[in-house]
Design a protein around this ligand. Structure first.
Ligand SMILES: [Zn+2]
Length: 686
C-alpha cells in the first residue's frame, strides 16, 4: 500500500505498466537451486493450453472436504515467557491504548453523526481537515475489529471484545444513517471516480478491511450485529457491481482491491446464499488468474499485496465450490512465490511489487531497499494454511516457520508493540516502526492481527489425531476427545521441545511431530525417557500412534547448525542461517536516530542501493545517514562453520580471518542497529 503522498498504487502501477524503469532481465532458465527450502512440488494437474477462465463464471455451493484443520484458537493458549507470548502482550497493550472513539472519528464524520471530543488519528487514517487527508481512512478500523476478534479467540480477553462490540454497534449506526447498506469513512463520490477510472487510491481495498473486520467479529466473537452490517455492505457491493459490464469490472480491478472476494465467499458459505459468491466472482481478475491456472509466472510488475489476497480468494473459492481451476491458481501462485520470489526470510516483494523475473532475486534486491512488506508475509502465511488443509505436507510448515520466526517475530518493537512496514534486506538496513497514532500503514493493520493470533496453526487435527506443526510453548485442550497437551520449549532459543499429555481418554490417538527440513538428520525422540528406535527424516512427520495416558512425555531434540543459502542468480551473494534462524551482521548504530527507527512516514532508504532511474526513488526518502562500507568475505571452506564461529553468547557468531570481521545474531533479535543479511562471499561454495 504505497503511501499516497509519495507514490500512489495507481501511479506506481502506471509507471510499472509503462515499463518506465524496469531493467531488461531475461528469465532465469533451468535454475539449479530454488532459493526457498519449501520443496512444495507444483500441482500435478495437466496445464490447460488455453486460458481456462472466460467472462462466464458459474457457481454452485459444494464444499470440499478438507484433509486437516487447525484447532480453533479458543482451544489453544500460549504459555507465558516466550518470544510469542511477549509479542502477544506487547500488541495487546498497543491495541488497548488505541481509543475506540478515535477509530470511529472518520466513520461518524462521513455519516454526519456527532464526533464528540475525540481527536482524529493521523497518517493513513487522516480525515479531511484542511490539511492533507488519506483516501485509505477507515482501513485500520476494519483491521482493528479483526484483531480484536482474534485476540478474544486467542486469549479470552473480554475487554478487547467489548471495545470491538461497541465499535460494531457505532459503525452500524453510521451504516443506518447512510441508508442501511453502504459503510465507510469516505463519501460515495469516490466510487464515481473509480467507475470513471479517475484518480482514487484503493476504495475496495479499504471496504474489504471493514467487511473482513465484521466477518471476524461474527465468526470469532459471536457478534450477530456484525453479520448484519456485513450483509448490508455486501448488498451495496452487489448493487454497485451488478450493472457494470464484465469488461468495465475488469478495468476497475486494475485499481488495488485486495481480498473482498474472500469475505464474500465466506459469507456465501455461512449463509448458504450463492448470491454473495456471484458478487465475489465479479472480483476475479482474469489477467491474473488465467496465467496462474496455466502455470505461467506473469507476476513481474504486479503489486504484491493486492494479489496475494486474490490468491487467497481463489483458495476459498475452490473450498466452497470444488472448482479445481481455482485450486490450481492458488497452488501454483504459492509454489512460485515461495520458491522463486522469496528471500531467505521467506519474505517477498520489493517496494510492494515484483520487479524482476522469477529467480532473479539478487537483481531484485538491488532495485530498492524496501524489500519484504510485512502485509505480504501475513497474507502468505494465510495462503499456506489453506494449502496445508488440502494436503498436510510438512513442507508448508517449514515455509511457515521460516516466515514466522524471521519476518513476523522480530518486526514488533519490544515492549512498545508498534510494528514495521518493510523488513529491509538491503545492505546497511535498519528497522523502522510505526508511531503511536500518526502512521497506520497497511502493515500496522495486518500487524495488530498477526500478533493477536499466535495461537493459530500450532496444532492441527484430522480424524486420526493431531499434528504438532510449530514449537511454541502452549497448551492444547482437545475437549471433544478429552485430550490435553502441554508443550514446553525455549525454542528457537533452545534446541528441543517437550510435549506432556495432561489428560487422555482410553483408546489410541495419533500424534504427528513435524521434523523440520533444516535438520541434518533424523532427530532423537524419547517417550517417557526412552529413546525411540525409529525416528523420521527431516522434512517429514514422525507418527506416534498409541494409547496415551496422562503424564506421558515426548521429548524431541532439534540440533541446529550453520548453513548457507545463496541467491539463485548470484551464488556469491549469500545469507547464513542457524537452524531456522536467519542471521544478520551487526553493523553498529552510527547515524541512527528516532527519525529513522520510528516515523509517521516511511523512512527507509539507503545510499548503498542504486536508485537512480528507479520509479521507486520517490519512495525512498530518508533522513541523511552515513555511508557504510559493507564487508565482503572469503570463505575458508564450503561449510560456514569453518569460518563463522560461535561466541560465548548463545546464538551469537563471529566471522574469522576476514578483512573486517562481523558479529552475526538472529535477525529477529536485532533492534536499533544497522545490519546486513546478504553478503558477497568468495571462495569454496557449499
Ligand atoms: Zn503493508
Amino acid at each position: 500500500m504505497t503511501e499516497k503522498t509519495r507514490l500512489t498504487r495507481r501511479e506506481f502501477g502506471s509507471l510499472v505498466a509503462a515499463g518506465a524503469a524496469l531493467p531488461t532481465l531475461p528469465d532465469l532458465q533451468n535454475p539449479t537451486q530454488t532459493r526457498q527450502p519449501d520443496g512444495t512440488p507444483p500441482p500435478r494437474r495437466l496445464v490447460p493450453d488455453a486460458p481456462p477462465f472466460d467472462a462466464n463464471l458459474e457457481f454452485a455451493l459444494k464444499p470440499v472436504a478438507l484433509r486437516a484443520e487447525p484447532f480453533p484458537m479458543t482451544q489453544v493458549r500460549l504459555l507465558p515467557n516466550s518470544v510469542y507470548a511477549d509479542a502477544q502482550e506487547w500488541n495487546r497493550a498497543y491495541m488497548a491504548r488505541l481509543d475506540a472513539d478515535r477509530m470511529l472519528y472518520t466513520f461518524r464524520a462521513n455519516a454526519g453523526l456527532p464526533i464528540g471530543s475525540a481527536k482524529p488519528l493521523g497518517g493513513w487514517e487522516q480525515p479531511e481537515n484542511g490539511q492533507r487527508s488519506s483516501e485509505l481512512r477507515g482501513h485500520f478500523t476494519g483491521h482493528f475489529l479483526s484483531a480484536s476478534a482474534l485476540l478474544y479467540a486467542s486469549t479470552g480477553d473480554k475487554a478487547a471484545k467489548s471495545k470491538a462490540d461497541y465499535m460494531v454497534a457505532e459503525m452500524a449506526k453510521c451504516q443506518e444513517r447512510l441508508g442501511g447498506k453502504y459503510l465507510s469513512a469516505f463519501p460515495t463520490t469516490w466510487w464515481d471516480r473509480l467507475e470513471k477510472q479517475e484518480r482514487v487510491w484503493a476504495p475496495f481495498y479499504t471496504i474489504h478491511k471493514i467487511m473482513a473486520g465484521m466477518w471476524d467479529m461474527y465468526r470469532l466473537a459471536g457478534n450477530k450485529q456484525a453479520l448484519q452490517v456485513l450483509e448490508g455492505m455486501s448488498t451495496w457491493a452487489d448493487e454497485w457491481t451488478a450493472p457494470k459490464t464484465y469488461e468495465h469490472m475488469q478495468q476497475i480491478l486494475t485499481i488495488e482491491f485486495g481480498g473482498i472476494a474472500e469475505t464474500l465467499y465466506h459469507l456465501a458459505a455461512e449463509t448458504r446464499n450463492g448470491r454473495w459468491a456471484a458478487v465475489g466472482d465479479r472480483f476475479q481478475k482474469r489477467s491474473f488468474i488465467n496465467p496462474l491456472a496455466q502455470h505461467r509466472d506473469e507476476l513481474r510488475g504486479l503489486h504484491v499485496n493486492t494479489h496475494v489476497p486474490q490468491a487467497i480468494a481463489a483458495a476459498r473459492r475452490y473450498e466452497i465450490s470444488g472448482d479445481t481451476r481455482f485450486h490450481d491458481v492458488a497452488g501454483y501462485f504459492f509454489h512460485e512465490v515461495s520458491t522463486a520470489r522469496s528471500y531467505v526470510t521467506g519474505g517477498t516483494s520489493n517496494a510492494e511489487a515484483w520487479l524482476a523475473p522469477p529467480r532473479r532475486l539478487a537483481a531484485e534486491l538491488k532495485m530498492s531497499a524496501n524489500t519484504a512488506e510485512c502485509c505480504c508475509a501475513y497474507n502468505m502465511l494465510k495462503l499456506a494454511r489453506h494449502l496445508y488443509s488440502w494436503r498436510p505436507d510438512s513442507a508448508y510448515f517449514d515455509y511457515y516457520e521460516r516466515l514466522l520466526l524471521n519476518h513476523r517475530i522480530g518486526t514488533i518493537r519490544p515492549r512498545v508493540g508498534t510494528t514495521q512496514y518493510y523488513l529491509s534486506l538491503a545492505p546497511g538496513a535498519w528497522k523502522t516502526f510505526n508511531t503511536e497514532d500518526q502512521t497506520f500503514w497497511c502493515c500496522t493493520g495486518s500487524g495488530v492481527e498477526e500478533y493477536a493470533k499466535l495461537t493459530d496453526s500450532i496444532y492441527w487435527r484430522d480424524r486420526d489425531g493431531l499434528y504438532v506443526n510449530l514449537f511454541i510453548p502452549s497448551e492444547l485442550d482437545w475437549s471433544e476427545r478429552g485430550f490435553k497437551l502441554r508443550q514446553e520449549t525455549g525454542y528457537p532459543g533452545s534446541q528441543n521441545t517437550t510435549l506432556t499429555v495432561s489428560a487422555a481418554r482410553p483408546g489410541t490417538l495419533t500424534m504427528r511431530l513435524r521434523i523440520p527440513s533444516w535438520l541434518r538428520s533424523a532427530p532423537t525422540v524419547t517417550i517417557n525417557g526412552k529413546a525411540l528406535e525409529a525416528s523420521a527424516a527431516p522434512g517429514s512427520y514422525l507418527t506416534l500412534n498409541r494409547a496415551w495416558k496422562a503424564g506421558d512425555r515426548v521429548e524431541m531434540e532439534l540440533p541446529m547448525h550453520l548453513h548457507v543459502e545463496t541467491m539463485p542468480d548470484d551464488p556469491q551473494l549469500q545469507a547464513f542461517l542457524y537452524g531456522p534462524l536467519v542471521l544478520a551482521g551487526d553493523l553498529g548504530a552510527e547515524g541512527l536516530t528516532d527519525a529513522h527507527t520510528s516515523g509517521p512516514n516511511l523512512r527507509v532508504g539507503f545510499p548503498n542501493v542504486e536508485q537512480n532511474g528507479s520509479p521507486l526513488a520517490a519512495v525512498n526518502r530518508t533522513p541523511p545517514i552515513p555511508d557504510l562500507e559493507i564487508p565482503t568475505f572469503r570463505a575458508a571452506g564450503p561449510d560456514p562453520a569453518s569460518w563463522i564461529k560461535p561466541t560465548d553468547k548463545p546464538q551469537m557468531f563471529q566471522t574469522k580471518g576476514q578483512k573486517k570481521d562481523v558479529t552475526l545474531v538472529p535477525l529477529n533479535s536485532l533492534f536499533d542497529r544497522r545490519y546486513s543479511v546478504y553478503w558477497q562471499v568468495e571462495g569454496p561454495q557449499s
